[in-house]
Design a protein around this ligand. Structure first.
Ligand code: 9MR
Length: 574
């Protein structure tokens, strides 16, 4: 039913915004349907400059036409690739259409004999602008501790949830009886995902990634207006939004400097709106991982917000140093999920990368080379960033923010490490039959964020090495996430012609609004099958279902949207 209503909505939007030719084209497409598979495109469209690929089901035709939707005339025609197969999507065979040479802005569709025309798409430099705003606005709409007002949220307005003014302590956080009876405050912050928990480890990488987007693409954010309560002030909205979470993060530090692992209820929240969840929330665990994440994130935040909030900047750095010291004294206080707790775990027993990341951020902010000596001694491997693999975050911070603090050879060494990782992704991109740098091991819980974190690394390497090949490989990953993939879904709610309607996101599930909150990246396909949903395929790149039950492929999360924000910024920046 939700699908039907949305299709109607989509049709009426099309009718209102496009000329009648576009609608006629749409209808004529239906009558040409001869294959049950469809042409997969980047449903948001393509930039004027850069690669443009579409995936065509394996039909006998050997050519494709690009058709201008206004005039219905063929504007470009070319040979399709040979027949291909991608092991990660099973036995489906396909061909690729490459129209990268075509650079004229407009609205188009692809026509290939034997298959329905592609959906309409745009070519232009602005195709990602509205996604850039929505992907970030998602954080506002997921704030804890504030009324989400209609003037900012429209149909997604909702009463305040989880003020967290009266939070308890689980015995894993502070064992003494003194604490058990006490209550504390931990206001603000964002909900982690489909649940209402607030987890330090995951908050760290998410906030960091947003702040990095601001550091690397200031032009995008100096002019962006998110229409949030702080939009009237002179601080860029992305920083305002990040501050909402940072203000919560800082409240997670205990008097001894250690940082609580998470703030959640004992069980998962019910399937209810935030304000309906009235159960006691608790500080749970105190961990080395949370303390190091906190140290890294607050240290970075301290330097980014310094021009706007000098006092807060000092406070953040002090807190970061205190957390770092606690972590040095408690190097193996791993988070162990207590028997009576069922919320997300975010457990990690390999913390070399967290130590290195914190050391790097403290080095950049304090300029104390002692931290860099520690960093070098840790000698970490650089891999795709993820909540439990933060090594590469340090690499990007050092390359972008510490050039003048490092010797030439130190800098070149780091540059080479980054190049090594980016070259590996580039090679994956080039050798992929699908033209996407995704390997079997990337199809894990949150695979779409793996794609976008790889894109982020490629974009950083593109900037540091002034190499456009990396940028094209990054764009291949965006195409993949926005629809050119074997499921045919654009994995971002509200952005594309076939998008998730039933994300595992309690607010979208319970708010009574048909369309989910827009701009949210869902986790994406993988064959882990951790929930009991009915997947029609268990091929890694196809095992996805747009169903509320699928928390393993259709949930949303702050650490998955953050690389979406970053990567889109790179293509919005001009
Ligand atoms: O993103 C996390 C993923 O890497 C883990 O495999 C998974 C199971 O432990 O948990 C994911 O994180 C979830 C967290 O524990 C609780 N909030 C929702 C998160 C996204 O699914």
């Amino acid at each position: 039913m939700k699908h039907f209503i949305l299709s109607l909505l989509l049709l009426s939007v099309l009718a209102l915004t496009s000329c009648s030719v576009l609608v006629k084209n749409n209808l004529s497409k239906l009558s040409q349907l001869t294959s049950n598979q469809s042409i997969a495109i980047n449903q948001l469209g393509y930039l004027n400059q850069g690669d443009k690929f579409a995936t065509i089901p394996n039909v006998t035709a050997s050519r494709f036409d690009l058709i201008d939707a206004k005039t219905n005339k063929v504007v470009y025609t070319a040979q399709l690739s040979g027949v291909k197969i991608w092991a990660l999507s099973g036995n489906d065979t396909f061909k690729l259409a490459n129209f990268s040479e075509f650079v004229t802005s407009g609205h188009y569709f692809l026509r290939v004999n034997g298959v329905a025309d592609s959906p309409l798409f745009s070519i232009g430099d602005n195709v990602y602008d509205s996604l850039s705003t929505a992907a970030l606005k998602y954080y506002y709409l997921n704030r804890s501790g504030i009324d989400i007002e209609e003037k900012y949220a429209g149909i997604y307005a909702r009463p305040m949830g989880h003020k967290d003014n009266n939070v308890g302590y689980h015995s894993s956080a502070e064992a003494s009886d003194n604490y058990k009876a006490q209550r504390t405050k931990a206001n603000k912050g964002w909900y982690d995902a489909g649940d209402y928990g607030k987890y330090v480890v995951n908050s760290g990488i998410s906030t960091y990634t947003l702040l990095a987007a601001f550091e690397h693409y200031p032009d995008v954010y100096k002019k962006q207006n998110l229409n949030i309560p702080e939009s009237e002030d002179s601080v860029p909205d992305i920083l305002n939004e990040a501050l909402w979470n940072l203000e919560w993060l800082i409240s997670m530090q205990s008097d001894d400097g250690g940082v609580y692992h998470k703030l959640t209820t004992r069980d998962w929240p019910g399937y209810e709106m935030p304000h309906e969840d009235q159960r006691l929330r608790l500080m749970i665990g105190k961990s080395t991982a949370a303390s190091l994440n906190f140290a890294a994130t607050l240290s970075m935040a301290s330097r980014v917000i310094a021009p706007y909030y000098p006092k807060k900047s000092e406070q953040y750095l002090k807190a970061a140093i205190k957390a770092w010291q606690w972590a040095l004294e408690n190097q193996t206080q791993y988070y162990e999920q207590p028997g009576d707790v069922k919320s997300g775990e975010y457990g990690d027993k390999y913390l070399k990368d967290e130590f290195a990341w914190a050391a790097a951020e403290l080095f950049i902010t304090t300029k104390d080379k002692g931290f860099y000596t520690i960093y070098k001694e840790i000698n970490i491997n650089y891999v795709t960033p993820a909540w439990r693999n933060v090594a590469t975050l340090s690499l990007s911070s050092l390359l972008f923010e510490a050039k003048e603090l490092l010797t030439e050879s130190e800098y070149s060494e780091l540059k080479l490490k980054q190049k090594h990782l980016a070259d590996m992704y580039l090679e994956q991109h080039k050798s992929s039959p699908y033209n996407v740098a995704m390997e079997k091991s990337d199809f894990v819980w949150g695979s779409n964020s793996v794609a976008l974190n790889k894109a982020m690394v490629l974009l950083q390497a593109a900037q540091v090495n002034k190499n456009n090949e990396y940028k094209n490989a990054a764009h291949g990953l965006i195409d993949y996430v926005l629809g050119r993939n074997p499921t045919g879904y654009s994995f971002v709610t509200g952005f594309g012609t076939k998008t998730p309607l039933y994300p595992h996101h309690r607010i979208s599930h319970r708010d009574g609004v048909v369309a989910p909150i827009p701009g949210m990246l869902v986790g994406g396909p993988h064959s882990g099958l951790q929930d009991n949903c009915n997947y029609s395929s268990n091929e890694p790149a196809k095992s996805y279902i747009d169903d509320w039950c699928s928390f393993s492929t259709n949930e949303v999360a702050i650490n998955w949207n953050a690389p979406l924000v970053y990567v889109i910024a790179a293509f919005v920046s001009r």
